[in-house]
Design a protein around this ligand. Structure first.
Ligand code: HEM
Length: 489
């Protein structure tokens, strides 16, 4: 009897212990239930996460991981946990269909000089949304031809004066795109010999160069104490100062009854000039948006155009076909205009193929989940960082046959018209998509067509054109090359 009692007692103890263990396990699971649904992904090493495994072209490594873990997977990059989106459906389902839920912005160390203000760095909020809509509306109504024509004239003059001698195409075209965004912001061209403008250009190039070398430190914030990183933040602060100096000078000529450019329209809306308590921009917003649009508006377009030239030099047949179409439709006595676009399907298809083949932004800027997001069976907790790998769309064999080949005809249908392809989203989708699309597309068209219509471009004698393989930094940068140009007869 005593033995039986002991055995029953032991059974009760074991059962109680098991119950206790189950309760503890249940509590742990409930507490961690959110992370349990985070998509799986590759393991990394302590502190660095997967950073040591990303190799030179991280977009390619991430595409390989997508094959193993699915189109939505989690990676730890340094101190940050990031949910990576691959392929059109995943990017659309999260960035577009989840709307504001996926449109927050985490703290971006590189852009600390913006103090979390301006439409690139601001987190998702009513104020951000209204500022973004205001800027998009202004850019979409802009007369892009009027704002680019002087710069195109100056660029053509510059190339003519080279008299067939080799020159760095990227340098030449960067000056033009910087000036276009400057004209849009301030309402008039900045003269090249203006010392404030020179200081701005130099400060910007210096900061952009350091940024591409130091972009990994966005994931390892503790490295910001190193001298190289301090140099970067000093360089961006110098750029911000240079913009502010021009802005202060511009403000002195402000007249509430006149509008010289985008800055004036923003100034009409600041607290100082608008007694309405719901003013859209305060002085800090004004500065940050001016700096933001300068940064995002110049390097992107010039880099895309430089890739364009590299591909046209590599595929002279495509360039000849483009020139024939322009000669036939536009003739020789004037420059191509935006009105010509519907009659230039091959030219438009070539521009689209150029953007697909050398997508200058392989990744989105980091987004942040503003609420828990349920997608594709996962639960992504509020506050998680999200990033899209656009490369995985543009090099996807299911959408494009032989995606590495440059074939403008893939954007044309059998009747010779431009074909819309779902999934062609170089400017992204959703509430954080590129607000500069309505400027960048016509600007690229006008500059590239004016150049190939006016000149024949060639690789300088004795030089070899580099392979079209870029370096991933803040944008996908083409290799350095020079060109010679001769006026067409
Ligand atoms: C070929 C030219 C360009 C390309 C391919 C491009 C592409 C992109 C992409 C992919 C994004 C990120 C979208 C995301 O994170 O979901 C972006 C953001 C942005 N772009 Fe562009 N862009 C170009 C030109 C421009 C220009 C000319 C401007 C300015 C006038 C501009 C201003 C911006 C800004 C401010 C953002 C951040 C928007 C936000 O956070 O809400 N971009 N761009």
């Amino acid at each position: 009897m005593a033995l039986l009692e002991t055995q029953v007692g032991q059974l009760v103890d074991t059962t109680l212990l098991l119950c206790l263990l189950l309760v503890v396990l249940f509590l742990i699971l409930v507490k961690d239930s959110k992370s349990v649904y985070l998509p799986p992904g590759p393991w990394g090493v302590p502190v660095l996460g997967v950073l040591p495994f990303l190799r030179k072209d991280p977009q390619l490594t991430l595409m390989e991981w997508a094959k193993k873990y699915g189109n939505i997977f989690t990676v730890k990059m340094g101190t940050r946990t990031i949910v990576m989106l691959n392929g059109y459906e995943a990017i659309r389902d999260v960035f577009q269909r989840k709307g504001a839920l996926s449109s927050g912005r985490p703290h971006l160390l590189t852009f600390d000089f913006l103090r979390g203000k301006g439409i690139l760095c601001a987190d998702y909020s009513k104020g951000f949304k209204r500022q973004r809509e205001f800027i998009i509306k202004y850019l979409s109504k802009l007369d892009v031809e009027k704002h680019t024509e002087d710069e195109i004239d100056a660029l053509i003059q510059y190339i003519r004066h080279k008299n067939g001698q080799p020159f760095d195409f990227n340098n030449a075209v960067s000056a033009s795109t910087s000036n276009v965004i400057g004209t849009i912001l301030f309402g008039s061209r900045q003269e090249y010999d203006d010392p404030d403008f020179q200081a701005l250009i130099n400060a910007y190039h210096n900061a952009a160069k350091l940024s591409s070398q130091a972009s990994v430190q966005n994931f390892l914030p503790f490295l910001w104490f190193l001298p190289q990183c301090r140099k970067l933040s000093i360089a961006w602060e110098a750029f911000a100062e240079a913009v502010n100096r021009i802005l202060e000078k511009h403000k002195m000529g402000y007249n509430p009854l006149a509008t010289r450019g985008l800055i004036d329209t923003m100034m009409h809306q600041t607290n100082e000039n608008n007694q309405n308590s719901k003013s859209l921009f305060d002085t800090e917003d004004l500065k940050a948006n001016c700096q933001t649009l300068y940064v995002t508006g110049s390097e992107t377009t010039s880099t895309a155009l430089t890739w364009g030239m590299l591909f046209l030099l590599s595929y002279p047949d495509v360039c000849k076909k483009l020139q024939s179409e322009l000669d036939e439709v536009v003739g020789k006595s004037r420059r191509p205009t935006l009105e010509d676009r519907p009659k230039l399907p091959f030219t438009c298809a070539t521009l689209m193929e150029l953007q697909r083949c050398n997508n200058i932004t392989p990744f989105s800027a980091p987004h942040k989940a503003t609420q828990d997001i349920r997608v594709h069976g996962y639960l992504i907790p509020k506050g998680t960082q999200l990033m899209a790998n656009y490369w995985s769309i543009f090099m996807n064999e299911r959408i494009w046959s032989n995606p590495h080949d440059f074939q403008p005809m893939r954007f044309m249908d059998d009747c010779g018209n431009v074909k819309k392809v779902e999934g062609f989203i170089p400017f992204s989708l959703g509430k954080r998509s590129c607000p500069g699309e309505s400027l960048a597309k016509p600007e690229m068209f006008l500059i590239l067509t004016a150049l190939v219509h006016t000149f024949t471009f060639q690789v300088p004698d004795g030089e070899v054109l580099p392979a079209p393989v870029g370096t991933t930094g803040s944008v996908y940068v083409p290799p350095k090359f020079t060109v010679c140009a001769r006026p067409r007869t």
